[in-house]
Structure formats: structure tokens, C-alpha cells
Design a protein around this ligand. Structure first.
Ligand code: AR6
Length: 171
């Protein structure tokens, strides 16, 4: 099985790339974004500033890559999840794009192991059950077609997401 789930802190993962649930400014924030910038140190923000200077804000569903500073991972892939507005604004499609575009960037940078947080399920209020379905379905489809990715770990910070992802991975 190349899909795994753990309960824990994504900043501690020894993988090629960890994914950050960022916002379009790429200037940091709370939640997992804050934890990643704190653990990685100022280098990550410097690289984000350079990206914004070159290409502007990161649109929802897209992803960019920086180094991981002081964390054990090699890279941070910053993706911008959709804010939940009731489900009629293509939120599911946008969330799926976060997973696909992050994995595409991982492949382009020769990453074999990738860890994801539960994108959009914090302050962006995406319903956790729907978000877990999108995450598992999208990642499963991608890894079945892209053999370069050897392992994807869903790193859940809360019990509810952990249980949802486990039950979907068992199916
Ligand atoms: N490791 C893994 N998961 C974590 C960690 C951690 N250290 N800390 C929190 N989570 P959120 P969003 C989980 O709010 O909803 C930021 O301010 C958390 O339990 O971090 O995509 C950005 O700058 C939740 O399940 O991200 C944006 O403005 C999940 O990470 C905005 O929040 C996502 O929660 C993005 O909102």
C-alpha cells in the first residue's frame, strides 16, 4: 500500500516534500501554515516572497515549491485550498486540484514521498467528510497513474480527520 495515514505534526515528517495549506498571499498564517513557517525558519518566507515577486499571488487550487528550511523534509509544496462557501462554487473541484497540482510539482522535483495535511478543513471550513473523500480519491487516482510517487502520507492533526481517512483507505 503506498497510501498511509498517521496522526501527528506534518513539520516532523521525514519525506521528500510536505504540503502546506497556504493562502494566496504565500505570506504565512495560522494553522498548519504557521506551524510550517515556525518550524522551517525564515528561509521559507524569503523564497515565498521571491515567488510572489516573480509570478504574483498563488491562485486557489494551484501550488508552488520552496525548500523546507530547518525541517527534515527537502521541500515544502504550498497549495491554496478553497474556502467553503456552501459547495456551489466548485469547492470540491478546487480542492481536488490542490492535491493533483501538488503531486505534479512533487514529480517534477523528483520527490518520491509526499505528506499532506487535511487541506481546507481548518479555518477554510470545508466539511471534513467531503474533504477526506476528495483527498483520498484524488491521490489514489494520481498515484495509480504516476509510479514515480512511492508513498503518500496523510498527516492528520485531529482525531476526526484521522478516522475519516483511515476508513476511506480501508475501502
Ligand atoms: N500538522 C498537520 N496538520 C495540522 C497542523 C500540523 N502541525 N496544524 C494544523 N493542522 P488550517 P485551511 C491541520 O486552518 O483550512 C492559514 O492561516 C488542522 O487541524 O491550517 O486550509 C493559511 O494561511 C486542519 O485539519 O488550513 C490560510 O489562510 C488542517 O491542518 C488558511 O489557514 C488545515 O487547517 C488555510 O485554511
Amino acid at each position: 500500500m503506498n497510501l498511509e495515514v498517521i496522526k501527528g505534526d506534518i513539520t516532523k515528517q521525514k519525506v521528500d516534500a510536505i504540503v502546506n495549506a497556504a493562502n494566496g498571499s504565500l505570506m504565512g498564517g495560522g494553522g498548519v501554515d504557521g506551524a510550517i513557517h515556525r518550524a522551517g525558519g525564515p528561509q521559507i518566507l524569503e523564497e515565498c516572497k521571491e515567488i510572489v515577486a516573480n509570478q504574483g499571488r498563488c491562485p486557489t487550487g494551484e501550488a508552488v515549491i520552496t525548500s523546507a528550511g530547518k525541517m527534515p523534509a527537502k521541500y515544502v509544496i504550498h497549495t491554496v485550498g478553497p474556502v467553503w462557501h456552501g459547495g456551489k462554487n466548485n469547492e470540491e473541484e478546487k480542492l481536488a486540484k490542490c492535491y493533483t497540482n501538488s503531486l505534479k510539482l512533487a514529480v517534477q522535483n523528483h520527490c518520491k514521498t509526499v505528506a499532506f495535511p487535511n487541506i481546507s478543513t481548518g479555518v477554510y471550513h470545508f466539511p471534513k467528510e467531503k474533504a477526506a473523500e476528495v483527498a483520498v480519491t484524488t491521490v489514489r487516482e494520481f498515484v495509480s497513474k504516476n509510479k514515480e510517487i512511492e508513498k503518500v502520507i496523510f498527516v492528520c492533526f485531529d482525531e476526526e480527520n484521522f478516522k475519516l481517512i483511515i476508513s476511506l483507505l480501508r475501502k
